[in-house]
Write a protein that binds this ligand. Structure first.
Ligand SMILES: [Zn+2]
Length: 189
């Protein structure tokens, strides 16, 4: 409650007392937002935002932190077919196995299930589902369980046996090829 009061005061004071603003040089350099109280949550989020902007490309940032969507048929993993694991581009959590990847024809990488899913149980997967009504239709958003990164959406029109279509932005992912394939396993055709 006090946050809103303080915020509106700042807006007012910008006009009313502009000439009496303390010089930035008078502010001690060691002041920083150390409080983790609920009242300063917005301040904490601002710092997280700053870090993500440094860590990510602008396109990665818009998709993963601002729930953007990459242009269809533009993503680098759309037709990617190497064997390995797709990780979260933000925090490196393993999200989707190449074994679950398929061509949905929609323009985005598609997966039948999340890595760690056992039958329909996603409690050990690295993704979470969240209702998304932002586009006026009841969709289900998929996020990284570890860092809250927006990954894409899931739909009920996927192939057997799961019937699920995880429609995921390429820029939200980073691929790591499977390194434990033994040379003697290759050529087994
Ligand atoms: Zn993540």
């Amino acid at each position: 409650m006090s946050r809103f009061v303080a915020r509106s005061f700042v807006v007012v004071s910008r006009h009313a007392t502009a000439r009496s603003v303390v010089s930035p040089r008078r502010i001690p350099a060691f002041i920083r937002p150390v409080s983790t109280s609920q009242g300063l949550r917005s301040l904490t989020r601002y710092n997280e935002t700053t870090d993500w902007q440094k860590k990510l490309t602008p396109e990665q940032y818009v998709v993963t932190r601002e729930k953007g969507t990459e242009t269809p048929f533009s993503g680098i993993y759309l037709t990617h077919s190497e064997v390995g694991m797709y990780h979260c581009v933000c925090c490196d959590s393993p999200l989707f196995s190449s074994e679950a990847k398929y061509d949905s024809g929609t323009g985005w990488p598609a997966f039948k299930e999340a890595h760690g899913t056992w039958e329909r149980d996603e409690s050990h997967a690295s993704i979470i589902r969240r209702p998304d009504n932002s586009l006026g239709s009841a969709e289900t958003e998929i996020l990284c369980k570890n860092c809250d990164s927006h990954l894409g959406h899931v739909f009920e029109d996927g192939p057997d046996p799961t019937g699920q279509r995880f429609c995921i932005n390429s820029v939200a992912l980073t691929f790591k090829p499977r390194e434990d394939i033994k040379p003697d396993m290759e050529g087994k055709e």
